[in-house]
Design a protein around this ligand. Sequence first.
Ligand SMILES: NC(=O)c1ccc[n+]([C@@H]2O[C@H](COP(=O)([O-])OP(=O)(O)OC[C@H]3O[C@@H](n4cnc5c(N)ncnc54)[C@H](OP(=O)(O)O)[C@@H]3O)[C@@H](O)[C@H]2O)c1
Length: 261
Amino acid sequence: MLTLEKMQGNWALVTGASSGIGAEFCQQFAKLGINLVMVSRNAEKINALSARLEAINKIKTIVISVDLSDPMSADKIYQEVERRNVRIRMLINNAALCYAGQFDGETNEFYSKMINVNCLTPIVLSKCLLPHLKSFEDSLILNVSSGAAYQPVPYLGIYAASKSFIHMASQALYGELREEGIMVKTFIPAPTNTSIASNKAYSGKLEKVEITVSKALKILENDDPMLMTAKNVWLQKLFVAFLPAKKLIMEAGKMFKPNRN
Ligand SMILES: NC(=O)c1ccc[n+]([C@@H]2O[C@H](COP(=O)([O-])OP(=O)(O)OC[C@H]3O[C@@H](n4cnc5c(N)ncnc54)[C@H](OP(=O)(O)O)[C@@H]3O)[C@@H](O)[C@H]2O)c1
């Protein structure tokens, strides 16, 4: 059985470690004595956080500055982890790019990057690290998804669809890898006060990032493919099941339409 207690002295790899939920996972893991591989583009930020966490918590860290939209980025991370001779026991696929607005308001290049960061790289990285994860009696892949995964969301459409992809892939992999001791979970956080949330034109209440992550860690050990800390997803699922598609889409569109009055 997966327990956080057993993870002390082991290595977790967290993508998107420079800010928001990823940085908070790093801080809370560090307090539990878990060593960290911290990945994001912003080398300055992850270096500063790594130095702080090492000084306070007596853990080891490795910083990898890489652009996860590069299709080869997962291989680069894997090579670096191998070169440093560490074995990853927990993989937190957290990094994401988000765009909220009219479909033609972003470039094709941006959409390609978003799909690579949110969908392609977490899968390839999980696959690269399987030999590491399988070498433990229990290990974890946590894929950070979203409540947006449950339905089409106009003006947030490609991000929401990318979250559906990782949400579904994660649950399928739970079914395949559980017997090998690898717990694969899809994490649906409540709307949280980070830079992604501020981009999303979301007008509801935002949870503090410390609360979001501590709630997640409290239920992380459960043998369950879903790690749900968002509230009212049951209501959203009910709407998806019973509302006609047109009604569902138009109502979601009203919530996310830019400059709505
Ligand atoms: N906040 C919410 O309300 C909410 C709700 C549901 C789900 N989520 C999910 O939570 C996760 C974390 O997001 P957040 O809310 O904490 O937002 P955030 O503060 O903007 O964090 C996003 C992280 O992703 C990294 N990232 C983005 N593009 C990257 C790239 N090309 N290469 C490497 N790293 C990249 C960023 O680092 P660099 O910029 O340094 O590269 C940053 O560390 C995401 O998967 C998001 O979809 C958030």
